[in-house]
Ligand binder design. Sequence first.
Ligand code: NAD
Length: 416
Amino acid sequence: MMSSYLENVLASLREAAFAVQLDADTLAILSTPHREIHARLFVRMDDGALREIPAYRVQWNNARGPYKGGIRFHERVDLDEVRALACAMMIKCALAGIPFGGGKGGAAIDGKALSSTEKEALTRAFVRAFADVIGPSKDVPAPDVNTDAAVMDWFADEYARIAGQNAPAVVTGKSLAAGGSQGRSTATGTGVFLVFDALRPLLGLDNETITVAVQGFGNAGQEVALQFFRHGYRVIAVSDSHGAMHEEQGIDVPSLIAHKNVSGSVKGFSGARPFDPAGIFALPCGVLVPAALENQITEENAQAVQAKVVLEAANGPTTREADVLLRKAGVHVIPDVLANAGGVVVSFFEWLQNMEGERWSEERVHERLEATMRSAATDLFTFASSRNLPFRIAAYALALERVAAAEQERRSRAAS
Ligand code: NAD
């Protein structure tokens, strides 16, 4: 049976702990969430019915700073998925060197099927249910699958009502008008490209010949495809939940985005030919970018992967079994916890601007994002090479060392 995303994350954690000889007590603490809250939200739907929606917030660890992680509105959300994502956030923030811990949340409902009124009601109910445990110095949510700047604005507004004062730093990914940061909406995709660009020469890849295939064409996937396109790479295939398009000479990504904005899908785009979306992983290409959901590259399809690099824009797209097969085949897997950290890095910049009453220019945000992503990528490459570890395990190991140091400092402070 296919391993779950939570099993994959915890297995990476244990393998990494072994690699850096982490003591058993610290491993026990870091592989267990501090707190898990399960709420039942009641939301009035447009048809007048009252709908009960399960919702979760998992706070994994805050040794390095406030819990941090997005909120998704998706029908597949359950406690194990949120746990896995929260643990991965702890690793991601430590790896990027930003002073946050790990958390995540979600509501088990198809966010795409909600009207704007229903989405607002759900968001406000979510804040009311979790208001006691969140806050600018406690736990700072952000957007994720099917949640966006409008959702974050409602979130901040509802929190301000409850707290009796404006506290925009309670959530990141807000609109600019509500205290959001320049560059937040494109940060994840930009960061994915910057990580690849920093690692490409170190991996000995020649950019002249590299072609790119992207699974998932939402917030993350569109920006990744656009970045590769703008930097002169051929994006030969793109898929979303409705269909897939292929053009060996390269897809005009801005036109495809314009097509998706109008039609809601990549399907029917005149500048490429349709193909079976399940075939995207088997396409001959240089870089394969999973940018949809978890557990997409599995034991069943990993052997067909022909790419030299799997660049994980999505969280948890590769199962443990697939990871082993890709490793054996010599495919470089650039793990999610590094590749998609750009979103949380700019979330940190937004939080910092809110806390200090500042407004940074887009150039300043981009410069700092670029410096952070490039040094996180090269630090990881050096660490992985020196210890002879695959990137994913090296990423977890390097992050664990950092979180463990903060955890030990906290314990010794408490003891003195
Ligand atoms: P999104 O909802 O905007 O986009 C998801 C895309 O995946 C959509 O185009 C959807 O049609 C497509 N998709 C779903 N199932 C598919 C399938 N079986 N085959 C092909 N396409 C499929 O979500 P997003 O914000 O872009 O997030 C995507 C992934 O990136 C998630 O794993 C998320 O956790 C991760 N991520 C996002 C951010 C961010 O800032 N948005 C940050 C870090 C990680």
